[in-house]
Ligand binder design. Structure first.
Ligand SMILES: NC(=O)c1ccc[n+]([C@@H]2O[C@H](COP(=O)([O-])OP(=O)(O)OC[C@H]3O[C@@H](n4cnc5c(N)ncnc54)[C@H](OP(=O)(O)O)[C@@H]3O)[C@@H](O)[C@H]2O)c1
Length: 160
């Protein structure tokens, strides 16, 4: 399965100054960790560089999209057509799920091969400089279910 997991605030904001816009949300972080643990996570270079999270994310195969490859062997690096790269990684790791974790730039490019979306809606509005066009992003997906947690709701969508 190739999926996406990410969070937005009430204005569809995703980040500010290359960090998450909201204060630490333990429930959302637990959800993210349990979903992606031992799986594949794929991200853009700005997300990789964010001070919010360690890079690479431990106990996961990290896929980094960048036009300027880093000199390291412990991650998979790709550039160009993101759907093609994601399908290749999924084929090479058929026993794992591949999760695109952001940012919005990469999510939009990955959309054609996404089968499921795990969307966290964080309560409240925050200062953002990075947004996602959610109407466009969710087009072609069907709402399946949601789970209410502390200060956030997780929604799951499947490709229609
Ligand atoms: N709320 C959330 O769930 C969430 C999740 C993730 C990130 N964020 C936030 O989102 C913001 C970052 O998102 P963003 O959209 O600006 O950046 P991003 O998607 O993380 O990274 C963009 C970079 O990825 C590389 N890239 C993009 N397309 C590529 C392609 N086709 N081939 C090769 N490389 C490619 C380029 O890096 P090079 O310049 O190195 O080529 C580009 O500058 C931050 O504020 C972060 O905290 C929020």
């Amino acid at each position: 399965m190739i999926g996406a997991v990410f969070a937005v605030d009430k204005t569809n904001g995703m980040g500010y100054e290359n960090r998450l816009s909201w204060p630490h949300n333990p429930d959302d972080m637990r959800h993210f960790k349990s979903l992606t643990d031992n799986q594949v996570v794929a991200m853009g270079k700005r997300t990789w560089s964010s001070s919010d999270m360690p890079s690479p994310l431990p106990n996961r195969l990290n896929v980094l999209f960048t036009n300027n490859f880093l000199d390291r062997e412990d991650i998979f690096q790709a550039r160009g057509d993101i759907p093609t790269a994601l399908k290749k990684v999924q084929m090479q790791h058929a026993d794992k799920n591949v999760f695109v974790i952001g940012g919005p730039n990469i999510l939009m490019q990955a959309k054609p091969v996404l089968q499921r979306i795990y969307l966290t809606r964080i309560d409240g509005e925050y200062m953002n400089d990075t947004y996602i066009d959610l109407d466009m992003f969710l087009e072609g997906f069907t709402y399946k279910k949601s789970l209410r947690l502390t200060n956030c709701t997780i929604e799951i969508y499947n490709k229609t």
